[in-house]
Design a protein around this ligand. Sequence first.
Ligand SMILES: [Zn+2]
Length: 192
Amino acid sequence: MTFEELLKYSYLLRTAHQDGRTPEFYKGWNYRFSFFNVRPFAGTRTIMFMAETRSITNPRKVSYKLIMQFKEVQFKKITNQEEADEYAKKKDWKYVQIQDLHFYYKLPSLKTDDVMVKCACFDFRFSFEYYNKQYGALVGQPRLYHSKNKLPPRNFKRTPGVCKHLYHFALFLCHPKNRWVDSKITRTIWGL
Ligand SMILES: [Zn+2]
């Protein structure tokens, strides 16, 4: 499942949700990301992007850890200057160093590549973890929980999806200044 598909499900769920938090609710929110970390694994063709972001809604201003992981990523090991020059010119490839070795990787696409995600926030945990796991779109295992109230389930459509932190993380990753991933998400997709 691609990031854009996850986003689409989230959008449909939000617009249908009875808590009144339409996409416009989140308009103009800005999240900052700290401890940003890229973990490329050329051997397994995997790349992980990790960061933390501070909650805007939680009064205790807690931080949430975020992970976005892509598989089947193309890596090119650079062994001479000619290759370095060639790959430096390619717009959809990005340089990364792994230990003492030099690589370029092809930017994973939010539109066409399968993604696995995780956010430590309650919304992601209670709305999406279980369903993302069913669709192969979760990093790790879902955290189990038992509902203590009789409210209707948060994710009554039982769809996979992403929380607002993961959405903003994707905006950060595909921002022209950063370009860690390909395909630009516009803020209008989720009405943000
Ligand atoms: Zn979250």
